[in-house]
Design a protein around this ligand. Structure first.
Ligand SMILES: NC(=O)c1ccc[n+]([C@@H]2O[C@H](COP(=O)([O-])OP(=O)(O)OC[C@H]3O[C@@H](n4cnc5c(N)ncnc54)[C@H](OP(=O)(O)O)[C@@H]3O)[C@@H](O)[C@H]2O)c1
Length: 259
């Protein structure tokens, strides 16, 4: 579909990383882009640089999103805002579970609820959901993040079923490690964090994800690119671990029998 058939876009999590790159990429196609995030300064700078329309909104603020959805007919929706609180699930904090569900999944569901019916009614639209390889593969980290990203992946498939018969396309973008500031946002603003996750690795940039999204959007209307897994070439997922049960040692056994 030529970009000229779409006029407006909503991009969440636009103040940095992938979201900011998507805003910039869509603006190059002359799309009217509405950019959402909480950081006013970064959004203001993005608006000055790209001409996007900035909205300082928390994605969990349903009233503010509903107000925007009532005022603008969006042709493109990019659900990108996301957070992580890595920790073994056995040590998970109550607030972290709620935050990940609220931002990474509940907000995505409500934004789709508010925007996709209009696309269906107009027989025109493209939803791009940013999930993660964490939604499809298991690796150590944070089980809540894996769980909510799996929810985003399943929602993306399900939207296609529910919009069946209309020209509403849905693309799930499933990134591996991408060189953004997410690792500093998650682990703290420490140079050691960049060294651990970014420096010295060959990683896709946020602009590479934005280009992939632009490719999916610009495909002919008869073409729905449903799922794109984009990882560093030098990254693979998978692994198998098998442990022997930890048998009590002679010492601990003896201790266990003490009164
Ligand atoms: N980078 C990677 O390696 C990677 C890998 C897999 C998946 N992803 C996913 O890609 C997406 C973008 O990540 P990124 O790497 O670009 O990270 P990032 O640089 O940390 O960007 C995250 C964005 O989400 C916004 N955000 C967070 N909470 C929000 C809230 N409550 N309301 C509105 N906006 C909120 C942030 O803006 P404010 O703080 O200003 O609100 C920021 O603009 C996320 O969904 C992430 O899970 C990234």
């Amino acid at each position: 579909m030529p970009f000229s058939d779409y006029k407006t876009a909503l991009v969440t999590g636009a103040s940095s990383g992938i979201g900011a790159a998507v805003v910039e990429r869509l603006r190059r196609e002359n799309i009217e882009v509405h950019a959402i995030a909480r950081s006013a300064g970064a959004l203001e700078e993005l608006a000055e640089r790209t001409g996007c329309i900035a909205h300082v909104i928390d994605v969990t603020d349903r009233a503010a999103i509903a107000d925007l959805a009532n005022r603008v007919q969006f042709d493109i929706l990019v659900n990108n805002a996301g957070v992580d609180r890595p920790k073994k699930f056995l040590e998970a904090d109550e607030e972290d579970i709620d935050l990940l569900i609220d931002v990474n999944l509940r907000a995505v569901l409500h934004i789709c609820r508010l925007i996709v019916p209009g696309m269906v009614a107009r027989d025109r639209g493209h939803v791009v959901n940013i999930s993660s390889i964490a939604g499809n593969y298991n690796f150590g980290g944070n089980s809540t993040y894996h769980a909510v990203k799996a929810g985003v992946a399943m929602l993306s498939n399900q939207l296609r079923i529910d919009a069946f018969g209309k020209r509403v396309r849905v693309t799930e973008i499933c990134p591996g490690r991408i060189a953004t500031d997410i690792f500093n946002h998650v682990h703290g603003d420490d140079p050691a964090v960049r060294e651990r996750f970014i420096d010295g690795f060959e990683l896709p940039q946020a602009t590479d994800i934005a280009d992939a999204i632009a490719f999916a959007i610009s495909a002919p209307v008869a073409v729905n690119i449903g799922h794109m897994e984009i990882t560093p070439t030098l990254q693979v997922m998978g692994g198998l671990q098998t442990a022997k049960p930890q048998m009590p040692t002679a010492t601990s056994d003896a201790e266990g029998t003490k009164p």
